[in-house]
Design a protein around this ligand. Sequence first.
Ligand SMILES: Nc1ncnc2c1ncn2[C@@H]1O[C@H](COP(=O)(O)OP(=O)(O)OP(=O)(O)O)[C@@H](O)[C@H]1O
Ligand SMILES: [Mg+2]
Length: 279
Amino acid sequence: MTDPNRDAGHPDEEPLTGDGVTQGIVRVGNTVRRPVRPFTLTVQAYLAHLRAAGFSGAPVPLGLDDQGREVLSFVPGEVPREPLPPGTAGEEVLIELARLIRRLHDAAQGWVPPADATWGGIPGARMTTSPPDGRPLLVGHRDYCPGNVVFRDGLPAALIDFDLAKPTTRVEDLANALYWWAPLLHPKDRAPAFVDLDIPHRVAVFADAYGMTAPQRHALVPAATRMIGRFHVNMRAAAATDPVFRRMWDGGVKDRLPRAEAWIRDEGPAITARLTAAG
Ligand SMILES: Nc1ncnc2c1ncn2[C@@H]1O[C@H](COP(=O)(O)OP(=O)(O)OP(=O)(O)O)[C@@H](O)[C@H]1O
Ligand SMILES: [Mg+2]
């Protein structure tokens, strides 16, 4: 059957641009069309599992269209951009995000990816997560940047852009969310409304809302520290191979990541102390 929207630039196709990593994303009615990448079918299988497990905070996978593009449901709401707007600095945003991720993790728990699963990553990445043996793995989102969180009524309601999803631990995945939303950044690199916030307190609020266990609380800062170090190595490598990442690197990432590494070295102990304090 001929897709009535097959011509590029068709008036019914509204271009969607996020952080500019993925070209060619368009909205068509209640659907989004995205280019197919090697990991697309694996991610669609994951999204189908999430839906079957009762998680509604992610796009519904709808297969491929007759142009060979990925089709997903359009998730209504507002997607913030960096710098994060002042309205997103409240604790209720952190609490709702933590609850959303808890529901995602609980739905993901126990899903065994297909034997031929293929996962995405940033171009030229040198370091990948390799959680120590024995830690339970689940497929997490792994990229909770502002452009991947859909808000409704001022609160996080859904997640989009599962391009970096892959097996990880709950703690590693939570470290990523906190990097963006606590945030785990030097004050110089935070949006204005986040500069003076009490980050150890915010991390504890998030941990309570998620229901982090004592071992997870002890593991968080070490995981975040490794993750920020990995971001630094991988973003430098990506900048050397891909012009979009080169622009991000030159546009400030090259300074932000070393500052974040130094900041978490200094502030990490206070975060762990707050996270693990009794009561
Ligand atoms: N299923 C969806 N429902 C609603 N909006 C979407 C959906 N998919 C994408 N969008 C919108 O399009 C923007 C870009 O999409 P997406 O996040 O998938 O790509 P990207 O931002 O280029 O990739 P990256 O986040 O890796 O840079 C999103 O920030 C969001 O505003
Ligand atoms: Mg995105």
